[in-house]
Each structure stands twice: as structure tokens, then as C-alpha cells.
Design a protein around this ligand. Sequence first.
Ligand code: ZN
Ligand code: ZN
Ligand code: ZN
Length: 204
Amino acid sequence: MSVGLLPPVTTSCGRIDAEPLTEGPRFVRTRAMTRWHRPRSGRRYVRTGRTVYDLWCGGGYVDDTAFQRDEPLAGEPVCGTCDGRAVGAGQEPDGPSDRELLFSPRWIDPPKNCPGSRSTLFAEMAGGRVGRCLVCGDHQPLRAMGGPYDPRYGIVQHPTGAALVAPCPFHRWRYLTVVDGCVACGCGRPLDAPARPDGGTGGS
Ligand SMILES: [Zn+2]
Ligand SMILES: [Zn+2]
Ligand SMILES: [Zn+2]
């Protein structure tokens, strides 16, 4: 089963060696994608025969090497932005369903790498070049950073630890800084310190 596609409108005025597609698959996903997306528009290039579908969510496009399905595979989530827009625009022929939708806006989900990586947001541990990350609570090596006129130590890049500090509701973990030994947002809002497994309250 295919769905109707919108015209592949573009703002670039160059000659386009492609023909617009009026129908496309309901769901598409490449091997690298974490969820199924919905095509909004499509085109087939005349010279190469390559087919490309643009996604409703704006998260790029897929070509005809992508998986195409009428229904996502069981247990595999669907892009919430794509689904909402496709249904809202009337492209979806059978209305809402019980699909598992997934929406993970940037900076809302905890980042994979700790926002304290390569920063001076650490408390140095006694007896060695190891610091406790003030952002996520993990212990990580310290490395020399900065130039000859600005010598300092930073904590190495590391995956986000279990005790990630609460994000600023306005700036998430973007502008972290230290005030009186505690992590705060650059806007001045104090952030809840990571809960420490040993029950301590911070300090080195
Ligand atoms: Zn999408
Ligand atoms: Zn950290
Ligand atoms: Zn803030």
C-alpha cells in the first residue's frame, strides 16, 4: 500500500534533473536510523533512476536502498514528528493507531557524552590526576588542556554517568559552570547536585 506524496517543493531555482513522485511507501527506514519515518515527498532522478524520499520530520531523506514497509516491524518505534505531521496533513489513510511513537528532541534527553567532558567541572581527588565529575558524578582521568598561556587541567571526555545533575529548564546542560563548588547554569540558576552513591554531599 502506498500513500500520496506532496510536491517536492524547493527554494533552490536551479534546473532539477528529476521527476516528482506522487506516491510513496508509508514507512521508510535506513539501517542507521533508530526509528521508522514517513515520506513527505519524493523524486526520481532521470539520469540515474535513483529515487529519493524527503521525511516529514525534516530529518533528512532516504533513497531506494532504505527499507520500505506498510507497517513498522513489531517493537520498532515510529518517528513522532513524522507521524504527527503525516496524520495531521491527512496523508495517513487509516488514522491514529497504537504505534509506538518516539520523539527525542536534542538537549531534552540526557546526552550520551557527559556535558562535563573536557571541562574544569570536576573536583580533584587526592593522590593523582583523577577528578570526580561535578556534572555526572563519575571518576575520570584529568588531562592537560589549554595553551601555554592558559595551562589547566580538564576532565577527559566520558559517557554520561548515572548521577547526572538536573538540567536547567531553560538551557539544559549547555552552559554549566561552578558556583561555590556546586554546578549551576550560566544563567545563575542552581542545579540539583548529583545524588552520590555514598550518601555524601560533594566536596573533595
Ligand atoms: Zn521522522
Ligand atoms: Zn561527567
Ligand atoms: Zn539556565
